[in-house]
Design a protein. Structure first.
Ligand SMILES: [Fe+2]
Ligand SMILES: [Fe+2]
Length: 274
């Protein structure tokens, strides 16, 4: 049994004092330990964690889904309480930008440099292969793109030796919880496509995925991609669909209209047991 608590998300449950921001952080509790998957973009992460009575000094591990500010930005604030081991993909420190659609200007959307964190006592475990983070908890490792309707956001670029190249976010990783019911996935942003990730998890573990929560990046995706993802989800017979963060309210509403009570609205303060 795993307990998953959403600590940072774009919207908040109606408990007094919670703060919301564009970003994601969830606390995963196993029988033996607690760790974070992502850290939101700011100290909102710390504020909400304290309201949720999470003892930050006891956190020994953090998994970063990818190197975007809205997932890794809160990590530096956690270092006042603990010096965790951080699990991520080797490309997590790319100097990356998003092209603003109106002006074409670049906006920095990466995280701090590796040295910044290491000087403060963080230890990184970087691997593009699946990593066992805790008992029955794994990272996906590098996510292959196999569907023909999912694509990485076209506005992303990164600085590769002084030249800006398209950023396919190869560091995007999701978290897989191997439960008695089957596999449960927590997405960060799912930049490489939720259907790709679900299919890869089922192939790697030879087990059925029964649910997910997290960012799907379907908010900024094309109408075609959204339509095709919905068609694929219909074939999958998932029991829990928890679209969050970069799914956006419009796409979340659309999913609710189709999948009804299988959909959970995953906000700051939402607790789920799987
Ligand atoms: Fe995100
Ligand atoms: Fe992202």
């Amino acid at each position: 049994m795993f307990r998953i608590t959403t600590v940072v998300e774009n919207t908040s449950a109606s408990k007094p004092g919670f703060r919301a921001e564009h970003g994601l952080s969830v606390l995963v509790e196993t029988e033996k330990e607690k760790f974070f998957f992502d850290t939101g973009q700011s100290d909102v992460f710390i504020h909400n964690a304290r309201l949720l009575n999470i003892d930050l000094t006891k956190i020994k591990k953090v998994v970063l889904s990818h190197g975007h500010y809205d997932h890794g930005g809160g990590l530096k604030y956690l270092l006042d309480y603990t010096k965790p081991v951080v699990y991520a993909h080797p490309e997590v420190f790319r100097e990356r930008y998003s092209k603003l659609s109106d002006t074409g200007k670049l906006r920095y959307i990466g995280i701090e440099k590796r040295e910044f964190y290491e000087e403060k006592g963080v230890k990184f475990v970087l691997d593009d292969k699946p990593m066992e983070v805790s008992k029955n908890v794994y990272t996906t490792g590098f996510e292959e793109m196999v569907t023909d309707f999912e694509e990485v956001d076209k506005n992303f670029v990164y600085n590769k030796n002084g030249v800006y190249e398209k950023d396919d976010v190869p560091d995007d990783m999701s978290l897989i919880l191997d439960t008695k019911r089957g596999l449960f996935i927590v997405f960060g942003c799912a930049h490489r496509g939720i259907i790709n990730i679900i299919k890869q998890a089922e192939k790697t573990f030879n087990k059925r995925v029964f649910g997910f929560i997290g960012g799907t990046h379907l908010g900024p995706a094309s109408d075609y991609q959204r339509k095709m993802v919905i068609e694929e989800l219909k074939k999958m017979d998932l029991e829990i669909i928890g679209p969050s963060h970069c799914t956006g309210l419009k796409m979340t509403a659309e999913l609710y209209c189709i999948f009804k009570d299988k959909v959970i609205f995953n906000n700051v303060g939402t607790v789920l047991e799987v």
